[in-house]
Ligand binder design. Structure first.
Ligand code: GLC
Length: 546
């Protein structure tokens, strides 16, 4: 177990993300719940993770699956009760697993008490908790668009004003300029800290300092000022792990967010690599092949530049992204092997690795008829592109490749009906491959993707070079190989990944002949790497000399 009283303990941690509605249902509603998570804690302990990032379980009308919070201090009945949450925190702790809550601080639900009050009158003290602008019903303050489509402004006749929303109209943006609102948020966070949570993920945190009049959404001028105040008033009073979601983060900004003095956050999720397989300047739906060389050079840049003066989060999957094995791997013939390669590539780097539920099984994307998708973003996108006259096949191809419901299908526990996820009707269909891809089968197989993740997690705990080593990219321009070295004093790692369905000729760099193999997804053959072959070698300086 990690000693979580030690400063920066999270640098050695591995985080597991749970999307509660799709994890484990215990009541037959077809929606996962908190008691279901408690039931599966032993599984997570077997995997070896230290923290669970829980996508929002707060009270919510669920327009955006909980990312629209109507009460930050209560649990949605869909998922259970506050008492269930306390049980989860306690039972997690017993197993060395902390809970990281997902705080949505950029906006609330329109059903939040604050917003209901805010709409009553301009004089209401809560009015200024939100972002309002004057206008007339037929003249919007400006032409800003919401992320989920449509204008970013919504008219409220009662106050004769528009409110600003960066996401759905049911997700009004909070006004961080208001110090009373900020204090209210800090008190709520301190309350959760008292409940024993060990960390927070901060949803779209780089959007809190918006300035809609200047059309600024991410990275507003006061962003880092707000973050430093937030951190000083809350996180710094404990020994927490914090990660901000920051689509607009570049390297200089990430250094501020994750500064070693702890003045802001532990780390951020940045999306530079995740935005490479789309047409530049267009939307994520406008598909382009992954520029492999750019991708590894981008990872390398982040690795090099944050070393010693910031901290990376390492992730390939989450509840907003398609399944990585379908996206960058091969989810057909080489599903398991390529899933292991992707894990090797990521877990060999410096940073805190995040595993999204089912990634450790090599779960894949799904293709559904349009009416079965539940995601507000998918449905809006479909309507918009169809209205714009795009061919339906093309619209669906984008959804199959990038739609968020790919990651949200229920967790595949076993080969019983509905993959052991629910005794009822699942809220979103189970991926039909659950009969072969499931936790039960993988736990019984020492060669499974699960077993591989388990081993990778254990290696990170065993060898300090995984946590603290520096990073050097080799084979920079090679079109299939992602090879890098990590070094910490005498201890060195070589991570070798052959991306793609082709075998590639390759020999070990000089000095690595006597190294130990820490992990591999195939037995090595001299002179060549098989499709999707991956391994990590370890040497000490003495080995290199011998
Ligand atoms: C973040 C969440 C996403 C949500 C959005 C609005 O990007 O990860 O799921 O829809 O914020 O809260």
């Amino acid at each position: 177990m990690l000693d979580k009283t030690k400063k920066d303990w999270w640098k050695s941690a591995v985080v597991y993300q749970i999307y509660p509605r799709s994890f484990q249902d215990t009541t037959g509603t077809g929606v996962g719940d908190i008691p279901g998570i408690v039931r599966r804690l032993d599984y997570l302990q077997t995997l070896g993770v230290d923290v669970i990032w829980l996508s929002p379980v707060f009270a919510s009308p669920q327009v955006d699956n909980g990312y629209d919070i109507s009460d930050y201090r209560d649990i949605d009945p869909l998922f259970g009760t506050l008492e269930d949450m306390r049980t989860l925190i306690r039972e997690g702790k017993r197993r060395g697993i902390g809970i990281m809550m997902d705080l949505v601080l950029n906006h609330t639900s329109d059903q939040h008490r604050w917003f209901q009050q805010a709409c009553q009158s301009r004089k209401n003290p809560y009015h200024d908790y939100y972002v309002w602008r004057d206008g007339t019903p037929d003249c919007l303050p400006n032409d800003m668009q919401a992320v989920f489509g449509g204008p970013a402004w919504e008219w409220v006749p009662q106050v004769q004003q528009y409110y600003f929303h960066q996401f759905a109209p049911q997700q009004p943006d909070l006004n961080w300029e208001n110090p009373t609102l900020r204090r209210e948020i800090y008190d709520m966070i301190l309350w959760w800290m008292d409940q024993g949570v060990e960390g927070f993920r901060l949803d779209v945190i780089d959007q809190i300092a918006k300035e809609p009049d200047k059309k600024i959404t991410n990275n507003g001028p006061r962003l880092h000022e707000f973050l430093r105040e937030l951190s000083a008033e809350t996180f710094q009073k404990g020994c927490l792990v914090t990660v901000g979601e920051a689509w607009g983060a570049d390297i200089p900004r990430a250094k501020l967010y994750s500064a070693p003095d702890g003045s802001e956050l532990s780390m951020v999720f940045q999306f530079e690599q995740m935005c490479l397989d789309q047409q530049p300047g267009k939307e994520k739906w406008d598909l382009a092949p992954l520029p492999f060389v750019k991708m590894k050079q981008s990872f390398a840049r982040w690795q090099r530049e944050l070393h010693g003066c910031g901290w990376n989060s390492l992730f390939l999957d989450n509840h907003d992204l398609p399944r990585i094995v379908s996206r960058w791997g091969n989810d057909g013939q080489y599903r398991a092997r390529s899933a292991k390669l992707l894990a090797t590539m990521l877990h060999g780097m410096q940073g805190t690795p995040y595993i999204y539920q089912g990634e450790e099984l090599g779960m894949t994307n799904i293709q559904l008829p349009i009416e079965q998708y539940r995601d507000v973003e998918i449905q809006n996108f479909y309507r918009k592109r169809m209205a714009e006259g795009y061919p339906e096949a093309e619209v669906l191809r984008s959804i199959y490749a990038k739609g968020r419901d790919n990651a949200r299908t229920p967790m595949q526990w076993d080969d019983t009906p509905n993959a052991g996820f629910t005794a009822g009707t699942p809220w979103l269909p189970v991926n039909p491959n659950y009969t072969t891809v499931n936790a039960g089968a993988e736990l019984a197989d020492p060669d499974s993707v699960f077993a591989y993740y388990q081993k990778l997690i254990a290696l990170r705990k065993q060898y300090p070079v995984f946590v603290d080593g520096d990073f050097t990219l080799l084979e920079e321009e090679h079109p299939h190989l992602f090879v890098y070295e990590r070094a910490l004093g005498a201890e060195q790692l070589l991570v070798v990944c052959n991306f793609g369905d082709e075998a590639t000729p390759w020999t070990l760099p000089a000095g690595w002949e006597n190294a130990d193999t820490l992990i591999e997804n195939l037995p090595a053959q001299p002179g060549t790497l098989q499709p999707w072959e991956a391994r990590i070698l370890l040497r000490r300086d003495a080995d290199a000399r011998s």
